[in-house]
Design a protein around this ligand. Sequence first.
Ligand code: SF4
Length: 371
Amino acid sequence: MRGVSVSGREGLQASLESVIGEQCPPGTMGALVEAACRHAFAVPPAWRGRLGAPGSPLWRQCVPDVRELEAPAGAASPDPLDETRHAVLPGAIRRYPDRLLVLLSDRCAGYCRFCTRRRMVGRSASPAVAGQETVPPDAVAVPAERGAVTGWLRAHPEVRDVLLSGGDPLMLPDDEIVAWVREIRAVRPGMLIRIGTRMPSFAPERITDALCRRLVEHGPVYVNVHFNHTDELTEAARNACLRMTALGLIVGNQTVLLAGVNDSVSQLRELFFGLLSCGVRPYYLHIMDQVEGTAHFRVPLARAAAIWEELALTTSGMAVPRMMIDLPDGGGKIQYMRGMLLEDRGGGQLVFRNVAGGLSQYRDAGAGAPM
Ligand code: SF4
């Protein structure tokens, strides 16, 4: 492979060996290092020592898998949501007329193997990944520049919803996070301000009283957390969520439906009730995006719909998030339910009505899966 120094690869291998040690299947270390060169590898601090056996829910989410190297199938893309084409500024993406996504950092406290932005996330944290010449540089440079973003927002009064994301915005120091919120609030008092973070699961101690209080001063601030499995809901994680809600942040959760991690009614029900018990409303259940190197995480739509319907029929409404599918090529996010499919062209090629009223083609996981 070009562009990755020997020391970078050796460093990655040492890091992988320290985590998976003797549990590495014979003959696969080289491929795992290669996968870690394509997308940053780091076990979240709160998950260290808790990964369990290979294939466990935490393990699958953060340990590289040889299947990440498989040739992309069908429509899989490094940028399935077409974010690069929708960048209005470095680090600022506008995919909907009234919303702006702002990327404050490319770093996270751990790296999810299924990350939709794996083409760019973790580059600055991992010299091996940053030096990977086989991945083209992303036009959506991070981090965004605060003055440029607030100036742009002033010139676009139709935008009323700003999502601060990344990477994880909470990788920044408190002063910078608070400055972002304060300055966006100054642009328009009624702006909907959201922060997307995985810190309550990855590093719950990052959710301090001081940070919560400072954000609330510029509220309302909505925090979208991200939990995928009940094993993430440790006492520390639960306390982090309770801290946020007790101090006045408004917290919702996004879950990604992941094969072999949480693709069962019983697991999702426990997860969503667990979140509600610490003040967090389950908000979205995402169908996996068609990201290169992540096909082994995808759940066919028919199965996803069956899981969601069973959940909705047997569970308190508060514990049933909307199931969303983000259509490829910038088609936008729509709620997915059986009956929304316009056309099944066979071979897994499906057609949906997108948010702009046009048609979006979608390739299902497992070609030809019945709807
Ligand atoms: S925390 Fe979010 S941005 Fe970071 S690797 Fe996971 S999914 Fe990607």
